[in-house]
Write a protein that binds this ligand. Structure first.
Ligand code: SF4
Ligand code: SF4
Ligand code: FES
Length: 324
């Protein structure tokens, strides 16, 4: 059966909707139809895709005005005879046809301080409760399709807000790290509020609605982060506690380990570049919260006997005896 499609064709300088009549077979998804268009009528139609399984996050586009993954949108979603209009993501600049430049999201991700384990922990000493694993597991399902970013009204129609707003995908990353029991940074909440623009979000939940991984972005990440910001800034007990007791941990240098070179503890200060952005911690191997638990001079892969996954006599002496 042939169906009517309207597809946006163009580039950064402008474009228009083009009409196509394309055959559609039972069980097909919109990406199948785009491939058929490329094969039979428009070989130069640009479209980004990769896995065709809803896992790479590449095929994000707007289908009848709704941000969706083309490979996960069944043609049976639409009524018989309904025209299907396919346009690129609106929040990001068009490169060509259905392909947009999503580098905004990667720039925001690079501004974010990396996971920082406590200075005194060695490999093998990482312990997490199952409840903490489960809490961040939801956020780690993100496939970086950026449909949530595309939907968020703070930047969708306001290019000028992009500098000050990281968007829901980065808010779940902030929440994931702030809720991580082994992340030693204490400034995640301040960073979310002042550098990521958490305050711009007015919890409309549009981002949650379009997430193909069904991550409860607003309920489980943004609202808890907002609550943590309020606790941190305005709770009088927390304020007094901070004044009276110095927070232990990052201020104290790590004791030198006999097995490793002592690594310098980098203080928790954020040095902005001339464009007001944070340094690219993950790429420069700068550890803002703590040194690498492996030591900064370690070559990978580590030799097997250099890794200590178990610490004798601390917790399970019976197993040590059995091994000896
Ligand atoms: S809930 Fe916040 S982040 Fe999500 S779309 Fe609305 S304003 Fe944007
Ligand atoms: S949070 Fe959901 S919508 Fe946003 S990038 Fe991740 S998978 Fe996509
Ligand atoms: S092609 Fe990978 S998510 Fe659609």
């Amino acid at each position: 059966m042939k169906r009517h499609f309207r597809v946006w064709r163009g580039d950064a300088t402008g474009g228009r909707l083009e009409d196509f009549q394309v055959e559609v077979n039972e069980g097909e998804v919109v990406l199948d139809v785009i491939h058929r268009m490329q094969a039979t009528q428009a070989p130069d139609l640009a479209c980004r895709w990769n896995c065709k399984a809803g896992k790479c996050g590449s095929c994000s586009m707007e289908i009848n005005g709704m941000p969706r993954l083309a490979c996960m949108t069944r043609m049976s979603t639409f009524a018989d005879g309904e025209t299907v209009t396919i346009t690129p993501l609106r929040t990001f600049p068009v490169i060509r046809d259905l392909v947009t430049d999503v580098s905004f999201n990667y720039e925001k991700a690079r501004e974010m301080p990396a996971f920082a384990p406590p200075p005194n922990l060695r490999p093998g000493e990482y312990r997490m409760q199952q409840v903490d694993v489960e809490r961040s597991q939801e956020f780690r399902k993100c496939i970086e399709c950026f449909l949530c970013q595309n939907t968020c009204h703070v930047i969708r129609d306001h290019e000028e807000n992009k500098r000050a707003f990281s968007g829901p995908r980065l808010f779940i990353r902030a929440a994931e790290l702030d809720m991580h029991p082994l992340d030693a940074r204490t400034d995640r909440k301040d960073f979310a509020q002042s550098a990521q623009g958490l305050g711009y979000c007015n919890i409309t939940k549009c981002c949650t609605e379009v997430c193909p991984e069904h991550i409860k972005i607003t309920d489980n990440a943004i609202i808890p982060m907002k609550e943590r910001v309020v606790d941190n800034r305005y709770d009088p007990l927390v304020f007094l506690g901070r004044k009276i007791f110095r927070r232990r941990g990052l201020d104290e240098p790590a004791p030198p380990s006999p097995a490793r070179q002592p690594a310098a503890v980098v203080p928790q200060t954020t040095t902005l570049d001339e464009q007001g952005r944070l340094p690219l911690s993950e790429f420069t191997f700068e550890r803002p919260g703590a040194p690498s638990p492996y030591g900064e001079d370690v070559q990978f892969p580590l030799p097997a006997d250099g890794i200590s996954y178990h610490h004798p006599s601390e917790e399970r002496p019976e197993i040590d005896q059995a091994r000896d």
